[in-house]
Design a protein around this ligand. Structure first.
Ligand code: NI
Length: 166
């Protein structure tokens, strides 16, 4: 396993659309291992493969609290089959260090995906888990949290990111 470097906005690679995984090869398993290590080290509650420059439709989410056992979900080729209601949550993103902004998303989602063993599964989520799933799913299509902000907030975050040293 290895900690990989996370791309930061406005890196153009974050805007690319990721490709479906056709077979769960040892390389994909290694990618998932690296993503998990990178996400936990950051620390973050979610990470999508494009954030480390790998254009695969893969993301991980673990919204367990620090004092709870880990609850890692691996989503390969995910599809959000249902979105219901709305909720506003103060979101962060590992590609936007030190930024947190209110984002409106669906309150409840049903997501279908393939797991690491190749099994298709369906998961119903609400609250923070639903937020994280929608946020990470966006990354697979090159959509970023800044895209969900109004024009003024978007400008502020954009300029803040351009002023960063790294
Ligand atoms: Ni993100």
């Amino acid at each position: 396993m290895a900690i990989r470097s996370i791309l930061h906005y406005p890196d153009p690679r974050l805007r690319q659309k990721a490709e479906p995984v056709t077979t769960i090869t040892p390389e994909i398993r290694r990618l998932v291992d690296d993503m998990a290590e990178t996400m936990y080290a950051a620390p973050g509650v979610g990470l999508a493969a494009p954030q480390i420059g790998e254009l695969y439709r893969v993301f991980l989410v673990d919204v367990a609290g620090d004092d709870e056992p880990s609850d890692l979900h691996v989503f390969i080729n995910p599809e959000i089959a249902l979105r219901e209601g709305t909720q506003v949550f103060r979101e962060g993103c590992l590609s936007f260090p030190k930024v947190s902004e209110d984002v409106e998303r669906a309150a409840r989602v049903v997501v279908r995906a393939t797991g690491l063993e190749g099994q298709r599964f369906e998961l119903e989520a609400d609250g923070l888990l639903a937020v994280a799933i929608q946020h990470e799913h966006d990354h697979l299509d090159g959509v970023l949290m800044i895209d969900h902000l109004g024009p003024i907030k978007r400008r502020i975050v954009h300029r803040k990111m351009l002023r960063r040293e790294d």
